[in-house]
Design a protein around this ligand. Structure first.
Ligand code: MN
Length: 702
C-alpha cells in the first residue's frame, strides 16, 4: 500500500466516509500544488504533508486537522492563497493552515526577529485553536525524522530550536510520545558525538540488564497479585536523552544513571494505585524523600501518577510509577487524548480546562508584550519544565515554574495583588518578596493600598506573567513619577559605590546625559525606571567619569556584554568566562565591571546577593576571542606537545601559554587558549580527546 492509501485506510476506521473523501481531495489538491517540488532527500514534496497527516491520524484527530495537515505548506510554498483553501475546504481548514504558515520574510530586520514574530503568530493561532500546534508539532516531528538530509549546521540549529521550543510545548501539552521522540532526535542532531557514544554504551549494557529487569518484574507482579490487584507491570527503557540529561544535571556517570531501573504499574482505579504502592513498599524499602503524589496534585500538563524510588535487590534503586489506565492514556498523549478517547470522562475535562488556562495566560502575556523577542524569552521561561506547587491560605494549589518568587505568586493570583504586594508570609513566617518558593509552601501575600511595583522585581521574577505586568505598570506610570523612582534607584547605586548622590555636579550630569544622546537628566532617570538603562552603569559613569572614558577610548567591544556600553568590562582571571557560560558581573571600585561565571568559587554567596552584583548576558555575534584554561594529562612520549599544539591549531585556536609538569609516566599540561565561545572550546577539546596519548582533558577554573 502507498503512504496515501495507508492514510485513507487508517482514517476510515474512525472518520465518516465523506471526511475520508475530503482527505483524498486535499491530497490530490496538495499534490498538484507541490508538483515539481522536492524535499532535500529527493522525495516528491507531497510525501512530507502526507507523513504529517499520518502522524495526526494516529492520534485520531478530526477531519479539518488532517485536511489542514495535508495542505499545511501550500500557502507558504506555492501560489495558492488562503482564500482559495477556504473556498475549497472551508473556513476552519483555511484558518488552521494559516496558523501554521510563516509570515512574509521581508517584514523583518533580523533572522531572530523573524523567528520570534513567527512564533508569536503561531502561538496566537494556537491559543485560539489548539489543533494548530498539534499540526505544527507533527510537522516538526517529521522534519526531525528526516533531518539526515540537511547540512550539519542546519541540523544543529533546527535541533536546538526543537529542544528549546517545540519539545517543551509538546511536554506542556502532555503529548509525551511526541515529546520523547523530539527530545531523542533533538539530542541526536545537537550532540552527534555524545549521541553515538551513548547509543553504543546502552547497547552494551542492555544485555546485562535484561536478567535483572526480568527478576524484579517477576517479584513485583507476584506481590501485586498477592495483594489481589489486577495490574499491568512493565519495565521502562530509559531514553538516551534522559540518560544524558541526568548525567549532566546530577553529575552522575553513565553507569550510575543506567543502574537506576524504572518500572510502571497500571491499575484500574485510584484506590488500587495506593494499595499497589503499599504492596511495593512491603516488597522493597522506599528511599526517603523520593515519594511524589501526582495523583493528588497533578502536574500542570495534566500528568498524574504516584512516583517513588525503592531499594531493590543488591541495593539497586528502582523507580516506580503507578497510575490508572485513564491516567496512562493522558500521560502518553495529553491534550490529544481528547480526540483519541472521545467518550472517556472527567479527567479529560479537567485537562482541557488546564490547557485552556495556560493558553489564556499566554494570550495575556502576548497582548501585554509588544516586543516579540521579549515574548519569546517569556515563553521559554514558562515552558521550562520543573514546576513548584504552592498553596494559598485557602488551600488552593497554584503551579508555578521552578525559581518563582513571592512576587510571581502574587501576580499569579491577580494582577492587583501583584501590583500592591509589599511583603509575604511563607508557612507563617515573614519572608521578603524575592524569596524563592518551594514545593508545598503556603504563601500569604500582604498588600498595601498605595504600594506600587518596583523595577527591581524584574531582576528576580520568574514568570512571564509577572514580568509583563510589572513592565506594563512601569510603562504606564506618570512621567514625573518614573523620574522620581529613577532618582531613588540611582541614589542606591551611587551609595553602593560609596559616593554621595549630592556630590554629583551639574557638569558631570550634563556630560553623561549628552553621552547617552538624551536631552535631560529627567529623561535618563525615567529610562532607568523602564529598565532601558542599568542604574549601576549610569552611576558608574557619573561617579568615575575618567574610568569610563578610558574604556571608551580603548573602544572595548561595546556589545560583548549587553547593557554595559561605555563601562570598563573585564573578564575574571579566576574562572575565565567565555560566551555560552552563564555569567554574573561584579562591580569593583577601580576595575569597573568584572565578569565571572555564575558558579565561580571566588565570588561568595554574600557578594552575589549584594547590590553591586549584576545578572548580565552576552551580546550577540561577538567577534573577539577569549582566554580560557584547560588541563590535559598525557602519556610521556616524544612529540606529544607538538601533536597537541597541531590539534589546537586545526580548530583555529591560539595557545597563549603552556605550563608543564611531568613525572615518570605522565605529563600534565596547562594551556591558556584563545577561543570564541563554548562551542569553539568544545571543538578544541574534542580534537585533543581523539589523540590516543591524551588520557584526560578538562577545563579548569580558579
Ligand atoms: Mn511542513
Amino acid at each position: 500500500m502507498s503512504e496515501a492509501e495507508l492514510l485513507f485506510s487508517e482514517t476510515s476506521k474512525y472518520l465518516k466516509s465523506e471526511d475520508v473523501n475530503q482527505l483524498k481531495n486535499a491530497y490530490e489538491f496538495g499534490q498538484g500544488a507541490h508538483s515539481g517540488q522536492f524535499r532535500k532527500s529527493g522525495e516528491p514534496y507531497i510525501s512530507h504533508p502526507l507523513a504529517v497527516a499520518r502522524i495526526l491520524g494516529q492520534l485520531r484527530l478530526d477531519a479539518p486537522t488532517l485536511t489542514a495537515a495535508l495542505l499545511h505548506d501550500v500557502v507558504e510554498d506555492t501560489h495558492i492563497s488562503k482564500a482559495e483553501i477556504s473556498e475549497r475546504f472551508g473556513q476552519p481548514v483555511a484558518e488552521l493552515v494559516d496558523g501554521v504558515s510563516k509570515l512574509d520574510k521581508i517584514e523583518f530586520q533580523t533572522q531572530a526577529e523573524a523567528q520570534a514574530e513567527n512564533f508569536r503568530k503561531m502561538l496566537l493561532a494556537m491559543a485560539r485553536d489548539v489543533r494548530v500546534i498539534l499540526i505544527k508539532l507533527a510537522d516538526r516531528l517529521h522534519n526531525m525524522q528526516t533531518l539526515e538530509a540537511m547540512r550539519p549546521e542546519k541540523q544543529r540549529s533546527i535541533a536546538r530550536e526543537t529542544l528549546e521550543i517545540y519539545a517543551p510545548i509538546a511536554h506542556r501539552l502532555g503529548l509525551n510520545n511526541i515529546y520523547q521522540e523530539l527530545l531523542e532526535l533533538g539530542f541526536r542532531y545537537s550532540f552527534p558525538m555524545r549521541y553515538k557514544v551513548l547509543v553504543k554504551a546502552t547497547k552494551a549494557a542492555r544485555g546485562n540488564r535484561r536478567e535483572v529487569v526480568g527478576k524484579i518484574l517477576e517479584a513485583i507482579t507476584a506481590k501485586l497479585h498477592e495483594a489481589g490487584l489486577d495490574a499491568k507491570v512493565s519495565g521502562r527503557e530509559k531514553h538516551l536523552y534522559s540518560i544524558y540529561h541526568k548525567m549532566v544535571e546530577k553529575h552522575l556517570t553513565f553507569s550510575e544513571v543506567l543502574d537506576i531501573y524504572g518500572f510502571r504499574v497500571v491499575v484500574k482505579d485510584i484506590p488500587s494505585s495506593y494499595v499497589a504502592l503499599g504492596a511495593l513498599h512491603a516488597l522493597y524499602r522506599p528511599i526517603p524523600g523520593k515519594f511524589k503524589d501526582y495523583i493528588a496534585i497533578p502536574k500542570a500538563n495534566g500528568y498524574r501518577s504516584l512516583h517513588n524510588t525503592l531499594l531493590g535487590p543488591f541495593g539497586i534503586p528502582i523507580e516506580i510509577q503507578i497510575r490508572t489506565t485513564e491516567m496512562h492514556r493522558i500521560a502518553e498523549n495529553g491534550v490529544a487524548s481528547h480526540w483519541l478517547y472521545k467518550n472517556s470522562e472527567t479527567n479529560l475535562n479537567d485537562l482541557h480546562m488546564k490547557t485552556n488556562q495556560w493558553l489564556q495566560s499566554l494570550l495575556e502575556t502576548l497582548s501585554d508584550t509588544k516586543d516579540s523577542l521579549e515574548f519569546l524569552e517569556h515563553l521559554k521561561i514558562d515552558l521550562f519544565p520543573g514546576d513548584v506547587y504552592v498553596f494559598t491560605p485557602q488551600g488552593k494549589i497554584l503551579t508555578l515554574p521552578r525559581g518563582s518568587t513571592v512576587v510571581d505568586f502574587a501576580y499569579a493570583i491577580h494582577s492587583d495583588i501583584g501590583n500592591c504586594c509589599v511583603a509575604a508570609k511563607i508557612n507563617g513566617e515573614n519572608a521578603p518578596l524575592r524569596s524563592k518558593l518551594k514545593n508545598g509552601d503556603r504563601v500569604e501575600i500582604v498588600t498595601a493600598p498605595y504600594a506600587k511595583p518596583n523595577p527591581s522585581w524584574l531582576g528576580y521574577v520568574a514568570t512571564g506573567r509577572a514580568r509583563s505586568h510589572i513592565r506594563h505598570f512601569l510603562r504606564t506610570i506618570q512621567y514625573d513619577e518614573s523620574v522620581k523612582l529613577g532618582e531613588r534607584m540611582l541614589a542606591q547605586a551611587l551609595i553602593s559605590f560609596h559616593v554621595n548622590p549630592e556630590s554629583i555636579t551639574a557638569t558631570q550630569w550634563e556630560k553623561v546625559v549628552r553621552d547617552y544622546g538624551l536631552k535631560s537628566k529627567e529623561e535618563l532617570l525615567a529610562d532607568m525606571t523602564l529598565g532601558k538603562q542599568l542604574p549601576a552603569v549610569v552611576a558608574k559613569r557619573l561617579a568615575f567619569p575618567t574610568e569610563s572614558e578610558a574604556s571608551e577610548r580603548i573602544g572595548s567591544d561595546p556589545i560583548t556584554i549587553m547593557g554595559t556600553e561605555g563601562l570598563t568590562v573585564q573578564f575574571a582571571r579566576c574562572c575565565y568566562p567565555i560566551p555560552g557560560d552563564v555569567i554574573v558581573g561584579l562591580f569593583k571600585k577601580d576595575q569597573g565591571l568584572v565578569i565571572h561565571t555564575h558558579d565561580c568559587t571566588t565570588i561568595n554567596h554574600s557578594q552575589k546577593t549584594m547590590d553591586n552584583c549584576l545578572d548580565v548576558t552576552w551580546g550577540k555575534d561577538i567577534a573577539k576571542t577569549f582566554s580560557v584554561k584547560i588541563k590535559a594529562v598525557a602519556v610521556n612520549k616524544h612529540g606529544v606537545l607538538a601533536r597537541i599544539a597541531a590539534e589546537i591549531a586545526k580548530v583555529k585556536s591560539n595557545i597563549d601559554d603552556v605550563a608543564m609538569e611531568s613525572d615518570n609516566d605522565y605529563t600534565t599540561m596547562r594551556f591558556t587558549l584563545q577561543v570564541k565561545n563554548r562551542y569553539h572550546l568544545a571543538q578544541a577539546m574534542r580534537g585533543l580527546k581523539r589523540l590516543k596519548e591524551v588520557l584526560k582533558i578538562s577545563r579548569t577554573r580558579s
